[in-house]
Design a protein around this ligand. Structure first.
Ligand SMILES: Cc1cc2nc3c(=O)[nH]c(=O)nc-3n(C[C@H](O)[C@H](O)[C@H](O)COP(=O)(O)OP(=O)(O)OC[C@H]3O[C@@H](n4cnc5c(N)ncnc54)[C@H](O)[C@@H]3O)c2cc1C
Length: 291
């Protein structure tokens, strides 16, 4: 374990050491949009399934035998242990093969890997989740932890943006999240004729949603999305008084192999995959060119 903390901030769980490989089965495949599918994956051995423990924000390596392997964020609640949910966008070699697989397909799962969101340290305070595009995938796991323990947290906001209504993920869950008293704001860059919600950049909606709120003392933020979004969202939160040490981001978009082997995600001497993907923003600001 390798703990990291920004000055005066919340301590992060360090990366998980060691390799744990499990045979697993895809138990359901659910299309979310034309490009993304939600895969429910079960570790086959019942003892390993029960003992599979991960923290919100960590990822696994998924191997499709004969094709290859890649890192994917765990999108389900840690309480569900070895019954994992991964949401995968079909973009390249492995993910396009996965796009064609059916229920019952055997895969390999290793991990969990990486640092995690310190949701336990946020207990007693307000939590703001901000997601752009596929960033909702890793964010759904800490959101599940907060909702499973709803009475232990104060105000919960989720601000989520996608390019168009057709690209919004997990639409079937929005009502359920609101029933847990989540202040949900959704915006799209390019509304269509049927869209009645907000449009424009996430920062505009976030600014309106947080107007008049004191973010200086008991509020934390979890931010996932494309690198360009981080900077503008984090700048806004800081201007609204939130300390950098209470803003947590996942830098998975910078990574490739996820395990410190390909040397494509290092920033100076820091391998974002070995020490991340989750960092507090104070640490990120001290990693040159992280954003
Ligand atoms: C820690 C971590 C967590 C990740 N979690 C997820 C996840 O939850 N869901 C998920 O879908 N992916 C996730 N990824 C990305 C994933 O690991 C693969 O990189 C991705 O699926 C592409 O692999 P491939 O073999 O299909 O594509 P490759 O054959 O390697 O081809 C990649 C091609 O697709 C392009 N490409 C790669 N990613 C994207 C993208 N997101 N959008 C558009 N173009 C892209 C590349 O530029 C390249 O042209 C994660 C990566 C990391 C490091």
């Amino acid at each position: 374990m390798n703990n990291q903390v920004g000055a005066g901030g919340i301590e992060l769980t360090g990366p998980t050491d060691g390799e744990h490989y499990h045979q697993a089965e895809i138990t359901s495949v659910y299309p979310l949009t034309p490009d993304e599918k939600l895969y429910q994956i079960q570790i086959i051995d019942p003892v390993a399934r029960r003992d599979f423990a991960f923290q919100a924000g960590q990822f696994v390596m998924l191997e499709l035998p004969g094709i290859g392997e890649a890192p994917f964020s765990i999108s389900s609640a840690p309480s569900r242990r070895g019954d994992l949910e991964l949401c995968i966008r079909a973009v390249g070699n492995l993910s396009k093969f996965l796009d064609r697989v059916e229920r019952g397909t055997r895969v390999g799962i290793s991990g969990p890997y990486g640092s995690s969101f310190p949701v336990e340290a946020m207990v007693g305070g307000d939590v703001i989740f901000v997601a752009g595009g596929l960033g909702i995938v890793p964010l759904r796991s800490p959101l599940a932890v907060v909702l499973e323990n709803r009475s232990r947290y104060g105000l919960v906001d989720l601000v989520y943006g996608a390019k168009s209504p057709a690209e919004l993920l997990f639409t079937y869950q929005y009502q359920g999240w609101q029933q847990f008293d989540v202040n949900l704001g959704i915006t799209v860059d390019r509304p269509d004729e049927a869209w009645v919600g907000a449009s424009g950049l996430i920062t505009g909606l976030l600014e309106r949603q947080l107007a008049g709120r004191d973010l200086a003392h008991r509020t934390s933020a979890i931010v996932c999305g494309p690198p360009v979004m981080f900077k503008f969202v984090c700048d806004l939160l800081i201007r609204a008084g939130m300390p950098m040490q209470r803003i947590f981001v996942s830098l998975e978009r910078r990574m490739h192999c996820g395990r410190g082997k390909c040397c494509r995600c290092n920033i100076g001497s820091t391998y974002t995959c070995k020490q991340g993907p989750v960092f507090d923003y104070w640490t990120v600001m001290n990693l040159k060119e992280a954003i």
